[in-house]
Design a binder for this molecule. Structure first.
Ligand SMILES: Nc1ncnc2c1ncn2[C@@H]1O[C@H](COP(=O)(O)OP(=O)(O)OP(=O)(O)O)[C@@H](O)[C@H]1O
Ligand SMILES: Nc1nc2c(ncn2[C@@H]2O[C@H](COP(=O)(O)O)[C@@H](O)[C@H]2O)c(=O)[nH]1
Length: 204
């Protein structure tokens, strides 16, 4: 029987650098896990491509996906829906491959309920002022949306203790190194437990 893959969830406030860190991790040739592309009702930003950055949906289409049970989790974040396609995640894990989700905090809590065995990593900003600076510098949000994302960030940061690991994104390179090290260590830990159980069953 194929051993199931590990579900890795990277979460944290908007603008902390989740996408930047994820893209750097996936640009490394040794990265062996699969990225689950999310669905959203948000309009594409300049340069974003349907089926690469997100699957862009209308609200009606998204609500149909919810009704059909096609989403592992979903959340409404600052006026738009975001969600993870359940079939892709389950099929990939069942094929023995690790799946990487980059999602906000409400969605991560829903995933935790369905996959308590997942690995949950919270990406934290060095400070709230640096977080605001990053959202402003990215230049994708209006002033009103920056305020709403910062308000959501304060609530999200309060939940960081619920995660298995908190990684500060001070420098992209070192944040990526720490995340990769956590994933490697987590595999070693889980494999050791599995080996111990297999040995116990052999003796039994
Ligand atoms: N360690 C870092 N130091 C300085 N700037 C950073 C760092 N990491 C990311 N950034 C910058 O911060 C901005 C936000 O990053 P990014 O879009 O990756 O955040 P995000 O968490 O994915 O945001 P969202 O959740 O809104 O999609 C970008 O302009 C990015 O270049
Ligand atoms: N709950 C989910 N959150 C998601 C998903 N995909 C992305 N996100 C998060 O939404 C916010 C806003 O994203 P943006 O692209 O508009 O800046 C951010 O925190 C994303 O990580 C998802 O499938 N489910």
């Amino acid at each position: 029987m194929v051993e199931k893959g590990l579900l890795i969830v990277l979460s944290g406030p908007s603008g902390v650098g989740k996408g930047t860190v994820r893209k750097q991790i996936f640009s490394q040739p040794e990265t062996a896990f699969e990225y689950s592309i999310s669905m959203t009702t948000r309009k594409p930003r300049e340069g974003e491509v349907d089926g690469v950055d997100y699957f862009f949906k209308s609200r009606e289409e998204f609500e149909t996906l919810i009704e059909q049970g096609k989403l592992l989790e979903y959340a409404e974040f600052v006026g738009n829906y975001y969600g993870t396609p359940v079939d892709y995640v389950r099929e990939t894990l069942d094929a023995g491959k690790d799946v990487f989700l980059e999602i906000e905090v409400q969605g991560a809590s829903q995933v935790r309920e369905k996959f308590p065995e997942g690995l949950f990593i919270f990406l934290a900003p060095p400070s709230l002022s640096e977080l605001k600076n990053r959202i402003v510098t990215r230049g994708t949000e209006s002033e009103d949306l920056i305020g709403r994302r910062m308000q959501a960030a304060k609530d999200e940061i309060e939940l960081m203790d619920l995660y298995d690991y908190v990684v500060e994104n001070d420098q992209v390179d070192s944040a990526c190194r720490r995340i990769n090290a956590i994933i490697v260590a987590e595999h070693c830990r889980r494999e050791r437990v599995a080996i111990r159980y297999k040995k116990m069953l052999e003796v039994d």
